[in-house]
Design a binder for this molecule. Structure first.
Ligand code: AHM
Ligand code: MG
Length: 345
């Protein structure tokens, strides 16, 4: 499958402005929010590209040549997003993987009608080895859209199906921004020379079934029997040649999901004996990725129910996840619920 399907020259800013024109009553606030966010993503992309030079350039937790404390790349990315988003007047609160509680908008700035949740640098253990890393984001409308006060935890803790927009930026062989506002999924590739994200794949659709599974199989002996049965099944040759599946696992959720979006298959981070509710965070990792996958025609569950339906109880809560091609996720669910025909033999 080619990784582009359009020859239209469209920037993300133009694309968002055009999409907003469909919504009656749109004030432009959301377009401005996204413009500020893509500025942050461009800055992070630039600095990720210099990560290999971190000691030389001082993007570490050590002191730089001026004797100042320099932040690690993930803290730095967190800071960049905050500084791009705090003063625009479109947000009333934020939450991040890097910050413990709610992130307030400074008192001197106007409070807007949206909230933003983000993981500034997902896959941070991959930074030093030049493997793909990324930023994930999720946008909701605040509960009372007429309020102009500070946002509350309740504004942030909304179920994933209420997301207004979600996406991720993957800093891989190129920088790719995958975005949805509930009207399908579009992919933009960053052209460094002109400083713009250009549309490269319009309304991407995930294959109905794939041939890849993606999971940290080192945890096999911590899984329950049903999951072990599922993964054993994927590895077993079948007469119709659909199996065995190939294993791909990068250890950056964004990168594993991005491959799954293009090629199909399933990405899993299940519960296990040492992580009883999985590892990934519902609010700023799983929900935005789940919205992308669903909007592309795929499926995202915790093995039993749709993740976007879960009522969150705290900002950093974790959730088991199975996401990807519809047929693959349905099959995984059948195993997790002990109703796959091969389990009855
Ligand atoms: P991070 O947000 O600290 O980078 O951790 C999340 C990452 C995900 O991107 C990835 O799917 C997972 O951790 C990999 O975990 P493991 O090493 O347990 O397989
Ligand atoms: Mg993360």
């Amino acid at each position: 499958m080619p990784i582009f399907n359009t020859s239209k020259l469209v920037t993300i800013e133009r694309h968002i402005a055009e999409e907003q024109a469909f919504y009656a009553g749109a004030t432009g606030e959301f377009s401005r929010l996204m413009r500020d966010l893509t500025l942050a993503l461009r800055i992070i992309a630039r600095d990720v590209r210099r990560a290999g030079l971190s000691d030389v350039l001082g993007i570490t937790d050590s002191q730089n040549v001026h004797g100042e404390q320099v932040k690690k790349l993930d803290e730095y990315a967190n800071d960049v997003i905050f500084r791009a988003m705090d003063h625009g007047g479109h947000l009333c609160a934020m939450a991040s993987e890097e910050s413990e509680g709610i992130i307030k908008i400074p008192s001197e700035y106007r409070k807007g009608k949206y909230v933003l949740l983000f993981d500034p640098l997902d896959g941070s253990s991959n930074i030093d080895v030049n493997a793909p890393i990324g930023t994930i984001f999720s946008v909701y409308r605040r509960l009372d859209s007429n309020a102009d006060t500070d946002g509350t935890e309740a504004d942030l803790l909304q179920p994933g199906y209420k997301q207004v927009a979600a996406g991720y930026c993957c800093y891989g062989s190129s920088t790719v921004l995958v975005y949805t506002s509930g009207n399908g999924v579009d992919v933009f590739t960053f052209d460094q020379t002109i400083g713009e994200f250009l549309l490269t794949y319009e309304k991407i659709k995930i294959p109905k079934r794939g041939k890849y599974y993606s999971i940290n199989e080192g945890n096999y002996h911590k899984w329950n029997t049903r999951l072990q049965q599922y993964v054993n099944y994927l590895k077993m040759p079948s007469d119709d040649k659909q199996r065995p599946y190939s294993l791909r696992y990068i250890g950056t959720a964004i990168a594993d999901v991005h491959r799954t979006l293009h090629y199909g298959g399933i990405f899993m981070y299940p519960a296990d004996k040492s992580a009883p509710v999985g590892k990934l965070r519902l609010m700023y990792e799983v929900n935005p990725l789940a919205m992308i996958i669903e909007q592309a025609g795929g499926r995202a569950t915790d093995g039993f129910g749709r993740v976007l339906q879960q009522q969150p109880i705290e900002i950093h809560q974790r959730v088991p996840v199975f996401m990807g091609s519809e047929d693959d996720v349905l099959e995984a669910e059948a195993f997790m619920q002990n109703r796959h025909p091969s389990q009855q033999l």
